[in-house]
Design a protein around this ligand. Structure first.
Ligand code: APR
Length: 315
């Protein structure tokens, strides 16, 4: 008997700026069939983006079914769900300012996902990220390794870009990581950052490194200020799609993500940005990188801020 493989199904909940770019990237990478879902009032946007991308298929020459909808029945059996449903920041707002409105949206989305795709791997992008991914796991009741948040791939990509730019080297050769909450308390880890194996601290002076760390923490806000109307969407979309691809292909890529912690780094029972292994089992592992004393203090501060926010959630 021949063995046929169905295309995987990827549901994108929220067909806004990030959702639209993710649909395009998933299609171009041929990750699977794509469902773009938004609220009924925005169904036209979901359908319009799906049709626009479908019409481009002949140009790029890929096969994937892309639909827009506001009906969760179309999400049934999804293998991966990426959630951007929510409200983005306006200039001057912090991610934490979004908590009230976005919690109610995450509750709505989570209760629907629980019903239609109980086996999905769920990647949350909605801010404030570490609290919203916690809420998503609580509402769905999905295993903690099947629910995670996208932040670290993006924050680390920003850090790597700034370091590569300062040194005028390929960003592909810059290894650097951010840990902790996806907010102003995030921790760029320079003690293990390297360029082609050479410690970054040997290549860049400490004042420049301080400035790069500061810029990394505020990088989302820098884009919000420039756009004036919404937050970053190209690189967040690329980051989440990289995580989805590692799950679907069982790549076991080492990617920083908001993962549920069970004692790693000394924390327990909430989500925080850490390096993980993403494969067919979802978040298969959390890796513990050695930190110097300053970095561990900064991570404690970040974890405390996330825990406080999580404690304030009325789920
Ligand atoms: N169900 C589904 N979609 C929803 C819901 C809901 N309950 N509520 C809102 N949405 C949709 C909006 O209609 C909108 O189309 O989510 C989409 C969000 O898209 P944008 O406003 O363009 O925002 P985007 O830049 O894509 O970012 C979304 O990412 O950075 C985070 O905090 C940010 O939560 C925000 C998310």
């Amino acid at each position: 008997m021949p063995h046929f493989h169905k295309r995987p199904k990827i549901a994108l909940v929220g067909a806004g700026q990030i959702g639209g770019i993710m649909a395009l990237l998933c299609a171009q990478k041929q990750l699977g069939d794509i469902v773009l879902l938004d609220i009924p009032r925005m169904e036209g946007q979901a359908k319009g983006k799906a049709l626009d991308i479908s019409e481009g298929r002949a140009i790029d020459g890929y096969d994937a079914e892309i639909i827009g909808t506001s009906n969760y029945d179309d999400v049934a059996g999804a293998d991966v769900v990426i959630v951007t449903a929510g409200v983005p920041r306006k200039p001057g707002m912090s991610r934490d300012d979004l908590i009230g409105i976005n919690l109610s949206i995450v509750k709505d989305v989570g209760s629907n996902l629980k019903r239609v795709c109980p086996d999905a791997f769920v990647i949350v992008i909605t801010n404030p990220l570490d609290a919203m991914v916690y809420a998503m796991q609580q509402v769905t009741g999905f295993p903690t390794n099947k629910v995670c948040g996208m932040a670290g791939v993006l924050d680390s990509a920003r850090l790597r870009y700034f370091l590569a730019d300062a040194l005028d080297v390929s960003v592909a050769n810059v290894q650097a990581l951010t840990l902790g909450g996806h907010g102003d308390t995030m921790v760029p880890v320079l003690s293990s950052a390297a360029v082609g194996g050479v410690p970054i601290t040997e290549l860049i002076d400490s004042d420049t490194l301080d400035a790069i760390m500061k810029r990394t923490r505020k990088a989302g806000g820098e884009i919000v200020g420039l756009l004036g109307n919404g937050s970053a969407f190209f690189s967040p979309a690329a980051a989440a799609v990289q995580m989805a691809a590692s799950y679907l292909h069982d790549d076991k890529a080492v990617l920083p993500a908001a993962a549920h912690l069970n004692g790693e780094y000394g924390y327990n029972g909430f989500y925080l940005g850490v390096p993980t292994v993403i494969g067919a089992g979802g978040i298969e592992k959390v890796l513990e990188v050695p930190l110097n004393a300053g970095e561990k203090d900064a991570l404690d501060t970040s974890a405390a801020a996330v825990q406080k926010l999580v404690g304030s959630l009325d789920i």
